[in-house]
Each structure stands twice: as C-alpha cells, then as structure tokens.
Design a binder for this molecule. Structure first.
Ligand SMILES: C[S@@+](CC[C@H](N)C(=O)[O-])C[C@H]1O[C@@H](n2cnc3c(N)ncnc32)[C@H](O)[C@@H]1O
Length: 322
C-alpha cells in the first residue's frame, strides 16, 4: 500500500529543495546502506562518514567480484576526492581554509593531518552534521586547527580577505543559490586566494527545449537531493558566473568518467549488502552480484545523474581572486 504521508513528505521536499532536509530527523541515509544521522555513534572520531560520490580514478571499482568490499572501496574513493581538491588548491602550511558544506568534517580531519594548513573553518547548514563533526574534531585532538560553525555558505559570518582557500566539496549545487556563494567566496578570499570545488553541472546546456513532463521529472528528482533549479548550469554558464563574480583563471576540469560509473555500481552493491545485513527480504550475495553486473551495463550517458538530475558533468572547479 502507498504510504501517503511518506509520498507527501517527498513531494514537499522536492518542491522546496530544502538543504536542511539532508540528514535531519526526517531523512535517512543519503545512500541506503550508509548510516542515518541517528545511527552515527562517534567513538574514536576517525570512523569515516563521507557524503560524496567518490573519485574512482585510482580506486578499484565495485564489480560483481568484490561486492563484499564495497564499504571500504567507497570510502577510499571519497577520500581520494578530498585529496584531489587539496592538490588542486596546492594546500599547504601557509593556508587558512574555509570549507563550505563540510558534511561530517571528514575532509577537514584529513586536510588538517595530511596538509597541515594553519587553520580550517567549516561552515555547514545541517545542525546534526555540525554537532557530530565537532565531536570528531575534539576526539581527534584537532580542535586547535579546526573549528566548525553552523551557518550558510551564502551568508558567511566573516570579514573580507580572511581566507587563502575556499573549498566546497560536492556541496555548492545545494546552496541557495550557488551564485550567492560565489560572491561570498570572492569576498572572504584574500587577493591571490583560491576557490576549489567538486560540483555537478552540464557539459552543455541540456535544459533548453526540454518538454514540461521532462522538466517536472528533473525538478522532482533535484528537489529530493536539495538541488535548486537556479543552480542548474552548463560549464559555459559556470565559467561566466565565476568571471562575473570577479574571479580569474577560472577552469572546470571534467572528472565525470571517474565519478559517475564508479559510484553507480558502488550504490547498487551498498544497498544490496545493507539489505543482507539488515535481513530485509530475500536478498543474497548472488543477487547483489547480478544487480551490480546489470548496473555496469548501463551506458554512461544514461546513469541516474543524467537521467534524474540532467547533470552529465562532474567537475573540479578552480578559480583565483586577483
Ligand atoms: C553532498 S554533502 C558533502 C559533504 C562533504 N563535503 C563530504 O564530501 O562528505 C553536501 C553538504 O552541503 C551542506 N549544505 C547544503 N546547503 C548548505 C549551505 N547553504 N551552506 C552550508 N552547507 C550546506 C549539507 O549539509 C551537506 O553537508
């Protein structure tokens, strides 16, 4: 039977595209098989809780032969995404970092320990995540370096020229709006500072000429992941928004082929393995293998990110404040 309340809530979320819905009491895990906020129990502070699709270039992809190791492989790819951004930013000991939309602070712990910037400030809109992130920072003894604030990337509580690097790791598409964030990032960066993001967009404008039915379909799915319509940009639009905000040397490097196919099979395996461990239905490892094999056969341009969100691009975005 249809759960009317659940459907009504989903419709409301889809229409409002509310970022705070992520990981609050109403929602579960962002991918089935990952813990819900209620399930997260911080023990050492080092248990990973990444919320990104992962950068799979040098990570073993999940296939029908390794589904049991999906958790470990997924986390490895998510860690690589954080390394990729740090390297793009040339992150080092001189840097004062602002990390916008930092989830449970996984990347902040990693950057603090491996790249040793002077200071990292995280700003995140989801109270649950900030609370858990703070607990992790305290337990890992990094509270002298990392501070985490609740707030929006579109109204940053800082003066001008305070940071040398601003990051947004797979979060800017959720900001209402991304344009407002670019203006804020520009303001708080000092001259010579770098803006580095991992973000979803379109290789070329895919919205023009789309019929009403299809438009509603995209709007619904984007709404469910809190992706406001105002943030649906082509690469070209992205570059002109960066330039319009005052940035120079702006570029978008496509990593779509190292993100979408990898996460596609990982999600299928994760869901299946979670169903087995939670004893939901009659799922067997054989069934999970079969589903992963099927998922591998979906052409790249028909994967869910293109089909549901109309975003066939995933890029590392780089720009400098003159
Ligand atoms: C896909 S998650 C990425 C989290 C983290 N960067 C990671 O890789 O694990 C997107 C994050 O953006 C945050 N977020 C959404 N809208 C925001 C806003 N306006 N300001 C700050 N954070 C926001 C969400 O709470 C979530 O933590």
């Amino acid at each position: 039977m249809i759960d009317v309340i659940k459907v009504a809530k989903q419709l409301k979320s889809a229409v409002l595209a509310d970022p705070e819905r992520f990981y609050t009491k109403e929602t579960g895990a962002w991918v089935e098989g990952m813990p819900t906020p209620q399930e997260i129990q911080v023990r050492t502070g080092r248990e990973p809780y990444w919320i990104n699709l992962g950068y799979w270039r040098d990570v073993e992809r999940v296939n029908e032969n390794n589904v049991e190791r999906v958790g470990e492989l997924f986390k490895a790819a998510q860690t690589q995404m954080a390394h990729l951004l740090a390297k793009t930013a040339r992150l080092g000991p001189e840097d004062t970092v602002l990390d916008c939309g930092n989830g449970y602070a996984d990347q902040d712990l990693l950057w603090a320990e491996e790249y040793r910037p002077t200071r990292i400030t995280g700003v995140n809109i989801t109270p649950n995540q900030v609370r858990i992130g703070r607990e992790r920072v305290r337990l890992t003894g990094l509270d002298g370096v990392i501070r985490l604030l609740e707030g929006s990337a579109t109204a940053l509580p800082f003066g001008a020229n305070e940071f040398s690097v601003v990051f947004a790791l797979e979060s800017a598409m959720h900001f209402r709006t991304r344009s407002d964030f670019l203006r804020e990032a520009f303001r708080v960066l000092r001259p010579g500072g770098r803006l580095v993001m991992a973000d979803m967009c379109q290789k070329t404008d895919r919205e023009a000429g789309v019929g009403l039915r299809r438009r509603l379909h995209y709007r619904y799915w984007r709404g469910l992941i809190a992706f406001p319509e105002a943030n649906v940009w082509s690469t070209q639009r992205y570059l002109s928004e960066l330039t319009g905000a005052g940035f120079k040397n702006a570029r978008l490097d496509s990593i779509a082929s190292d993100v979408y196919p990898g996460v596609n099979t990982a999600i299928v395996a994760l869901r299946g393995m979670a169903a087995i461990s939670r004893r939901l239905g009659n799922v067997t490892v054989e069934k999970v293998r079969e589903n992963v094999l099927k998922a591998r056969q979906i052409p790249e341009d028909q994967l869910q990110w293109t089909d549901l969100f109309n975003c066939d691009e995933y890029a590392v975005v780089y720009a400098e404040k003159p």
